[in-house]
Design a protein around this ligand. Structure first.
Ligand code: MN
Length: 202
């Protein structure tokens, strides 16, 4: 069964001024669509056609670069569109906020650490907030389209929040000002969705 590009639950211009409409159109309609069709090509005729995306990632042969890049690209962007949205931002609440303050002292401190992980990822990649098996939260980053649940990635646990810091995610509007994009990202985080993901894995 082939993987499908998921629907976007908002219009391309819904995240303005934080993410511009043209960036959304290209990012979703070209980049994510490309990862999706390349993932389907990479698994065609193999037993992985019957796997879930999580099964593919958790059992990945890391030397298979076409599969590594495109399964990661498919998964990461599915998560990304889900955890951002219009009329969002602010701060988390409930169990997730408690866990963030337990693990990082304060929301402000969490924001600083997460922003730093995103800003210092050299080249292309992602910064993550993950839930470890022991329930603790971890901030980490991965290169390219690597996902924390891939084997031996050195950034463990289940990702519940991620920021795409590839230039294709921000360059049209922000050019080389990645820190401005990271700062803007906090205005579109859908904390209700992140909390949902937190509760599902903790
Ligand atoms: Mn991207």
């Amino acid at each position: 069964m082939a993987f499908k590009l998921p629907d976007l639950n908002y219009s391309y211009d819904a995240l303005e001024p934080y993410i511009d409409s043209k960036t959304m159109e290209i990012h979703y309609g070209k980049h994510h669509a490309g990862y999706t069709s390349n993932l389907n090509n990479a698994i065609q005729g193999t037993e992985m056609e019957n796997y879930s995306i999580n099964q593919i990632l958790e059992n990945l042969d890391m030397s298979n670069s076409a599969l590594r890049n495109n399964s990661g690209g498919f998964f990461n962007h599915c998560l990304f569109w889900e955890i951002i949205g219009p009329n969002c931002g602010g701060t988390p609440s409930g169990d997730l906020l408690n866990s963030i303050t337990d693990n990082f002292e304060s929301f402000e401190n969490f924001k600083n650490l997460f922003s730093k992980a995103a800003a210092t990822r050299f080249g292309s990649g992602w910064a993550w907030l993950c839930v470890l098996e022991n329930g603790k939260l971890e901030i980490c980053s991965t290169a390219n389209q690597d996902v924390p649940i891939m084997p031996g990635i050195g950034c463990g646990g289940s990702p519940i929040l991620g920021i795409d810091v590839w230039e294709h995610a921000y360059y049209l509007n922000y050019q080389n000002r990645r820190p401005d994009y990271i700062n803007a990202f906090f205005n579109i985080i859908n904390w209700e969705k992140v909390n949902e993901k937190y509760l599902a894995v903790s």
